[in-house]
Design a protein around this ligand. Structure first.
Ligand code: IMP
Ligand code: MG
Length: 191
């Protein structure tokens, strides 16, 4: 028998630089609850889910399958964090909606609300377009750095500590969106 123990390969998902905060199962259970809430609140409405690219793509994909209603989806892309971790407050529309939202009940779907600058600006822009209602669903709510304190989040997955989080759509300079869990990066300078 060899004295060498089998080496456990470190992969993207088992990276020891990641501290898991919410597991796959916890996320699944919570999203089921939010989906049921949204279903109950929007019966008989003309519902549109607007995903804010790119971070919301995983949340949106899971959430919409827990909403047992007739609905459509659309996407917007805005720039906020430019490959860094500090919010600039500047919001530029990189991709606008494909369809009008006039008369519709809109839920803007975000990955995380941090300072709230991005969402406040985005909601301002959307509110001039004649929607019947506009609500906000954010998978994560990080209230500590909030600048736009009046911003109301109608549906939240988890309220999180003031740490830089990745996974489940959230990235650090483009990386980690594919992690199936939410993690904090222990050492942001380490690869
Ligand atoms: P806010 O304008 O500060 O609220 O930030 C909005 C955007 O910043 C989010 O949609 C995310 O794309 C990004 N962001 C904020 N906090 C984090 C984080 O902890 N991890 C990854 N991205 C974040
Ligand atoms: Mg992002």
């Amino acid at each position: 028998m060899s004295a060498e123990s089998p080496k456990t390969e470190i992969t993207e998902f088992t990276n020891p630089n990641l501290e898991i905060l919410y597991t796959v199962d916890e996320i699944k259970d919570r999203i089921r609850e939010i989906g049921q809430q949204i279903t109950n609140d929007h019966r008989g409405r003309d519902l549109v889910l607007v995903g804010v690219l790119k971070g919301s793509c995983v949340f949106l994909a899971d959430l919409m399958r827990e909403i047992d209603l007739q609905l459509t989806i659309d996407f917007m892309s805005v720039s906020s964090y430019k490959d860094g971790t500090v919010s600039t407050g500047d919001v530029e529309i990189l991709k606008d909606l494909s369809n009008p939202i006039r008369g519709k009940d809109v839920i803007v779907v975000e990955d995380i609300v941090d300072t709230g600058l991005t969402l406040s600006r985005l909601l301002e822009i959307l509110s001039s377009r004649g929607a019947r209602s506009i609500k906000l669903a954010s998978f994560l709510d990080k209230p500590e750095p909030r600048v736009k304190t009046q911003l109301k989040i109608d549906y939240t997955g988890f309220v999180v500590p003031n740490k830089f989080l990745v996974g489940y759509g959230l990235d650090a300079a483009g990386r980690y969106r594919n992690l199936p869990f939410i993690a904090a990066v222990r050492d942001p300078s380490a690869a």
